[in-house]
Design a protein around this ligand. Structure first.
Ligand code: C2O
Ligand code: CU
Ligand code: CU
Length: 488
């Protein structure tokens, strides 16, 4: 039996829902049959790599709509410097990164360096900056000498346009190198994204309903390609940095028949490596994976993730995103070699643990969805908020003291999962739904399951200033699920 596609399911579902919820105002996009036919199986490639030298990396990033190679075809998408994804930036702790962002789009944009522990003020990682069409802005980010290594990324962050611009193709990787390199035969950076293109290669906008659930693209790409081919030899050790740059899609990755161990998540290394199956990447999350190749093949596969449904409480069901069946992201073929034995994965450096610290403050912040949203031109039958308040750039929602440790309880009153993202200061995840973690895990995006809560601790240090936290389902962020935090 041919599995039903998510879009088909949406369309079928609309018959029963339209009258009740939205009065049939065209919230459901027509079933489109003309979706771009991807060219799969091309050799795995990576974007251009730009490396710092002498403590400095200077980059010019031009954001534009244009012809880009996507899924092996010529498509008309957004991109930085003519590519999807944009260039990979490689930095070391202590470096300075200077970016001149040039806006060749017809809408306002800006730049955010997701996960970097840098100042949110002035021309730093300031999401309140607006770069108008035809204008440029010079950003400068100074990484502290003890900046945690890991895979980070950059993307636009102008409230109200983020989902469209990321979905359209604006993202790229940032790697902060380890002090002590993990020895591997090959390192690969994989930016995973999703997009919907019509048969002519043009972007398709999602319906209001898809946006409310968090849009998931028809095509899931690795470095802009459809199911690229990775080649290696048995006995080789590879390190894969996987970035979930999807607008709303969660990734539960599998790599059957191969030994794949997670050695790091968003921020730094893990105290102990864990199984790939134990980790789900919410939008914005990253994975640092060590893969020991054995002869044969495998497919990097994203399993469906049930992230709840918007209509849960009202309809007793309704369409649910993320459930459309496994998606193959890449194919791996491993040829035989001398079968050199690979050793154990060396342990990373000691990991900081805030559970031993005194807590200076506790607060709770809760994801809420309600009827009638004001954002997005008032077309939204649902509101997306923290504690009932839609984003207001001029309001301060949380005020914290510098050099304090706080414990935050992030609640979720709604029937779907929301990934909580805090800028500038990483979060140590303590507890999910009442279950305590046994080891320190540092993240900058923490999934908060539907009707549940998580606890995190944050050390507000090194940088003060005002920045944001938000849902990393970017459609929700654009609709108001964002708040501000001032550290001073
Ligand atoms: Cu990746 Cu505030 O975002
Ligand atoms: Cu971010
Ligand atoms: Cu959300």
């Amino acid at each position: 039996m041919k599995p039903i596609s998510r879009r088909a399911a949406l369309t079928i579902g609309s018959a029963g829902l339209a009258g009740t919820v939205v009065g049939g105002t065209g919230l459901w996009r027509e079933l489109s049959t003309s979706v771009l036919d991807p060219v799969a199986g091309e050799l795995f490639t990576e974007p251009e790599v730009l490396r710092s030298a002498g403590g400095l990396l200077e980059v010019r990033l031009e954001a534009a709509l244009g012809k880009h190679e996507v899924a092996g075809r010529e498509a008309t998408t957004l991109g930085y410097n003519g590519g999807v994804p944009g260039p990979t930036l490689r930095l070391r702790p202590g470096d300075t990164l200077r970016v001149e962002l040039v806006n060749r789009l017809d809408r306002v944009t800006n730049l955010h360096v997701h996960g970097l522990h840098v100042s949110p003020e002035g021309n730093g990682d300031n999401v309140f900056v607006a770069v108008e069409p035809g204008r440029a802005h010079r950003y400068e980010y100074r990484l502290p000498d003890n900046h945690p290594p890991g895979a980070y990324w950059y993307h636009p962050h102008h409230h109200g346009t983020v989902a469209d611009q990321v979905f359209g193709g604006l993202y790229g990787a940032i790697i902060v190198e380890d002090d002590e390199e993990l020895r591997v035969d090959r390192e690969r950076v994989m930016v995973v994204s999703d997009i919907t293109l019509d048969s002519g290669g043009s972007l398709v906008s999602p319906s209001t309903m898809e946006q409310m659930m968090g849009r998931e693209g028809e095509l899931v790409l690795v470095n802009g390609a459809a199911k690229p081919d990775l080649k290696g030899r048995s006995g080789e050790r590879e390190r894969w940095r996987i970035i979930n740059a999807c607008t709303a899609r969660y990734l539960a990755l599998r790599l059957p028949e191969q030994r794949a161990r997670v050695v790091g998540r968003d921020v730094g290394r893990l105290p102990r490596d864990t199984a790939l199956d134990d980790v789900v990447l919410a939008p914005g999350n990253r994975l640092d994976l060590v893969v020991d190749l054995s002869e044969g093949g495998s497919e990097l596969t994203a399993m469906p993730v049930d992230r709840g449904g918007m209509m849960g409480q009202m309809m007793g069901g309704g369409p649910r995103p993320g459930g459309s069946g496994p998606v193959t992201l890449a194919r791996l073929s491993v040829s035989a070699s001398g079968n050199r034995a690979v050793g154990e994965i060396p342990a990373g450096p000691a990991v900081r643990d805030l559970r031993d610290d005194d807590v200076d403050g506790r607060r709770s912040i809760t994801f809420q969805m309600g009827m009638g949203g004001m954002m997005g031109g008032g077309d939204s039958p649902m509101s997306f908020t923290f504690d009932g308040e839609e984003f207001d750039a001029d309001r301060i929602d949380q005020q914290v003291g510098m050099d304090t440790v706080e414990e935050w309880t992030i609640g979720n009153d709604s029937p779907m999962d929301h990934p909580f993202h805090l800028h500038v200061w990483p979060m140590q995840l303590l507890e999910v739904d009442g279950r305590e973690l046994s080891e320190p895990v540092w993240l900058d995006v923490v999934n908060v399951p539907a009707r549940s809560q998580v606890k995190v601790r944050v050390a507000f240090e090194d940088f003060g200033g005002r920045t944001v936290y938000h849902c990393h389902i970017l459609d929700h962020e654009d609709r108001g699920m964002m708040g501000t935090v001032l550290a001073s």
